[in-house]
Each structure stands twice: as C-alpha cells, then as structure tokens.
Design a protein around this ligand. Sequence first.
Ligand SMILES: CC(=O)SCCNC(=O)CCNC(=O)[C@H](O)C(C)(C)COP(=O)(O)OP(=O)(O)OC[C@H]1O[C@@H](n2cnc3c(N)ncnc32)[C@H](O)[C@@H]1OP(=O)(O)O
Ligand SMILES: O=C([O-])CC(=O)C(=O)O
Length: 378
Amino acid sequence: MSDELKKGLEGVLVAESELSYIDGDAGRLVYRGYDIEDLARDASYEEVLYLLWHGELPTADELDEFEADMASNRTVDDDVLALVEDLAAADEEPMAALRTAVSALSAHDPDADADPQDTEVNLAKGKRITAKIPTIIAAFTRLRDGDDPVEPREDLDHAANFLYMLNDEEPDDVLAETFDMALVLHADHGLNASTFSSMVTASTLSDLHSALTSAVGTLAGPLHGGANQNVMEMLQEVDESGKEPVRWVKDALDNGERVAGFGHRVYNVKDPRAKILGEKSEELGEAAGDTKWYETSVAIEEYMKEEKGLAPNVDFYSATTYYQMGIPVDIYTPIFAMARAGGWIAHVLEQYEDNRLIRPRARYVGPKDQEFTPLDER
Ligand SMILES: CC(=O)SCCNC(=O)CCNC(=O)[C@H](O)C(C)(C)COP(=O)(O)OP(=O)(O)OC[C@H]1O[C@@H](n2cnc3c(N)ncnc32)[C@H](O)[C@@H]1OP(=O)(O)O
Ligand SMILES: O=C([O-])CC(=O)C(=O)O
C-alpha cells in the first residue's frame, strides 16, 4: 500500500472507461473515438446520448425510435411539479431545486425497486431522467418568475423543446442549433468531480437516482459547473464597473481572487469546447450587432494567458453564448446538468458493469493515544 498522498486525486487512475478521451496538452476531447469538433458540428444531442449509452452511433431508424422514446418521457408527475412549485415559491437556488427534484423522480419511477445493476433497466431509467430534467428546469424557472409551466412537446428535439418550454415560444433554427451544440459539448468529460461522485455513489450499489442526485450536488460548486454562472456575473460586474476588463481582472487577481472560467485540472491549453463556444459567442454577437461581451471575454483571455499562463475552460464562453440567447444567468449550471446527465448515466453504467466499492483513504495526522476523560471530569 503506497503512502504517497495525491491531494485532489490529481492524475490518479481509478477506472477504465471507453467514454471520453482527453488530451490535456493537445486540447483534444473525444467521445467514444469521435472528435468533439465533428460531433458538435454534425451530431445532435440525442445522437450523442445514444453513442454514450449504447457504444455506437445510431442508424436513422434507431435514432428515430430513441428520440420518440425520449420525447414521450418528458412529462413529470404532478407531485414532482408541485414540489418544484414549492421550491420556486421558497426561492430555492436553481441547482438545489434540481437536485431535490431529481431525487424526487424516483418516487414515480416504474423501476424504482429494480436491481440497481440491471443495465436494461438503467438505460430506461436514465432515458426517463434525462428526458425529464429539462421539464423540471423550465418549470422551475417559469414558476419562480410568476409564469405557468409550459407542457413539453413531442414534436421538437431535446434542445428545441427545452427552449420552447422555457420561453413559451418555439426557438428559431439558430437558437435551437446553438443550444443543441452546447448540450453536445457538455455531455461528457471523463472523471470530472460530478461524474466521479456519481460513480462513488453507484459503487456502493445504490441506485441511479441517488447517483445522479450526488452528481447534481457536486456540479453546483463554483470550482466545477457553477463557474459558468460566475463567469457571466463577473462580465456583468466588469461592464458595470466602467473599468477596462484587464484592469478589473488585474485588481481581482491582486486581491487573491480566482477568475471564473479559467484553469483546468486536465487541460494545459485552451479547452477545445471553449474554442467552439467562443466562435458561437462571436457569431451571436455579430448577428445582434453587438460584440461587446465577446470582445470583453477575448481581452480577459489574452491577459490571463499572458499574466497567469491560464487558458479558458468550457464555462468561459458558454456564459456569453447563453447570455446572448436570452437564457437567465442563474440556470446556466442547471443547463450544464441537463447535458451532463448523459455522461453521468454512461459512467454509472460502466461502474455497475465492473463494480468495486470506491473507498480511498486519508493519512491520519491526529493524535493516537489520548487518555479518555469522563464527561463530568471535563
Ligand atoms: C466544467 C468545469 O468544471 S471547468 C472548471 C470550472 N471552474 C472554474 O472555472 C473556477 C476557476 N478555476 C479554478 O479554480 C481551477 O483552475 C480549477 C479548480 C478548475 C482547477 O484546479 P486545480 O487543478 O486544483 O488547480 P489549483 O487550484 O491547484 O491551481 C493551480 C494554480 O493556478 C492558480 N489558478 C488556477 N485557476 C485559477 C483561476 N481561475 N484564477 C486565478 N488563478 C488560478 C491557483 O491559484 C494556483 O496557483 P498557486 O499554485 O500559485 O497557488
Ligand atoms: O473535467 C473536469 O474536471 C471539469 C470539466 O471540464 C467538465 O466536467 O466538463
């Protein structure tokens, strides 16, 4: 047994996976052998889900069947909707509301009592959970804004239906395609913290809903998925401050703060997803005749590279992409969860298929020989 301490488990191999390959030096991301650039350009989110869950790209017939099945599972039970309404009324944080609602979905899942390691059951459960998460997020957002939820539609794809439920308006092609691409880009990313937490939960042979509930809670933090919201809030603060973006960032760094959307445990260069989303952000700005957000982002990116040697991660350019699509800032992280559900489920399936309890250890640095003093003598 090695006594070498790897804080944050940096670089530690804990599993074999066929899902995503990341080359942190080349800035390359691959899902099951397919480059992320090709998938972002040519594959829909549903195709990527099929690829992650079934191991290969679907044929046209397989995809039709898969999409129809997903679409037929979008409606959430009235009890869950009532819970979402309560959470919205209590002004719950969107990620906390999503975590609670994902957990509550198990109460109405037809396979709630099934063997947790049954792959077919988990594929069906995973499909139901993934189909329902957008309905939960859209309903929560509308309810807390005083609007009625919008029923899902089965004739729209996963991305377009979400935007439709959010805005009560069918998105145009640019919005629907941009959002679909963002979902593809966020679908999987190796053993990131939220995926790992889902695997830890699954490794105890707990069920899929529990694993995904753990994952949503883990994604919420500002060092992980929560950074996309922080990026946009930072850019808004920069804008309102009237300072030059570089001055603002310099001051923040001088105060010992971290700049959201920069740095990564695996990438030593620019995240390939940030590259694609940056292009989208620029295109959206140009189409709207205002590239302010993109230009501010580029100025910060250049400064961070020069000053700290840090490159943007996926959260840096997803922020302005979503902002320019009119999406409320505080649901950027729930949207990340909506996309990452695909990866979480795929990794949990791998975990169940070759399970061993995940249980590392800590080096004990506390005292070992204390003499116990009874309570009345302390
Ligand atoms: C989808 C995702 O989860 S992508 C990541 C999203 N998170 C963020 O964008 C938050 C900002 N980024 C960070 O906090 C980090 O870069 C992380 C958490 C992503 C990676 O962290 P780690 O691999 O543990 O790196 P660690 O925290 O050890 O940082 C290494 C050094 O870079 C610095 N650093 C890392 N990121 C940043 C940043 N965003 N701003 C300023 N300095 C930073 C650290 O201060 C540290 O410097 P030091 O050695 O002088 O103390
Ligand atoms: O891989 C990570 O550590 C974080 C990340 O980029 C992701 O989860 O997409």
